[in-house]
Design a protein around this ligand. Structure first.
Ligand code: PRP
Length: 173
C-alpha cells in the first residue's frame, strides 16, 4: 500500500486534539483521571492529548492488537501489557487511535470493569463506524471517517507509516 492523500493534516489534528482535551479537562475537573492509551497505535494521540489537558492526570498504557492480516480485524483480540496503575476507584479514560469493528474496545472495557474503576469512558480519535460489528458507547470522538485504509499519527499499515505527522489514506501500489 502507498499514500493516497492527506485526510487530516497535522494542524487539523492538533485543533481536534485540543478540542477533546478541553472537554476532558472540564469533565474530569473534580475527578482522578487515568488516561490509558492502547498500544501501539495510540502512542502519539495519548502523548499529544495528555499534554493539552489543563488538569492533573495519570497516564498509562495497555497493549492490545488483533491478529490475522494487517488490514482486516480478525475479531480475536490479544491483550498484552496490563496497566501499571491500580485503577480501582479511579476515573479511567481509555484512549484509542481508531475504532473499527469495536472488538478491541469491547474486550478492553470488559477487562477494565473487573478492576472496579469509579468510572470508565472512551476517547477515540478516529471512528470508522461503517465497519462496526459490536456496539461500543463512545464518549469522545475526534473524526468519523469513511471505510478507507488510513495510517499515520501512530496508526500503521504492516508497521509502516506510524511516524507520519498527518493522517493519510492509503491505496494499492
Ligand atoms: C488497531 C487500533 C485498535 C484496533 C481497532 O490496532 O489501534 O486497537 O485496531 O480495531 P477494531 O475496532 O476492529 O478492534 P491494531 O490491532 O492494528 O494494533 P496496533 O495498535 O498495535 O497497530
Amino acid at each position: 500500500m502507498k499514500i493516497d492523500k492527506v485526510l487530516y493534516s497535522r494542524d487539523e489534528i492538533e485543533a481536534k486534539v485540543k478540542e477533546l482535551a478541553d472537554r476532558i479537562s472540564v469533565d474530569y475537573k473534580e475527578k482522578e483521571l487515568v488516561a490509558v492509551g492502547v498500544l501501539k497505535g495510540a502512542f502519539v494521540f495519548v502523548s499529544d492529548l495528555a499534554r493539552k489537558l489543563s488538569i492533573p492526570a495519570m497516564v498509562d498504557f495497555i497493549a492490545a492488537s488483533s491478529y490475522g492480516d494487517s488490514v482486516v480485524s480478525s475479531g480475536h483480540v490479544l491483550l498484552g501489557k496490563k496497566p501499571a496503575v491500580d485503577v480501582k476507584g479511579k476515573d479511567v479514560l481509555i484512549v484509542e487511535d481508531i475504532i473499527d469493528t469495536g472488538e478491541t474496545l469491547k474486550e478492553i472495557i470488559e477487562e477494565f470493569l473487573k478492576d472496579k474503576p469509579a468510572s470508565l469512558k472512551i476517547c477515540v480519535l478516529l471512528d470508522k463506524r461503517e465497519r462496526r460489528k459490536v456496539e461500543v458507547a463512545l464518549d469522545y470522538i475526534g473524526f468519523v471517517i469513511p471505510n478507507v485504509f488510513v495510517a499515520g499519527y501512530g496508526i500503521d499499515w504492516a508497521e509502516r507509516f506510524r511516524n507520519l505527522p498527518d493522517i493519510v489514506s492509503l491505496c494499492e501500489e
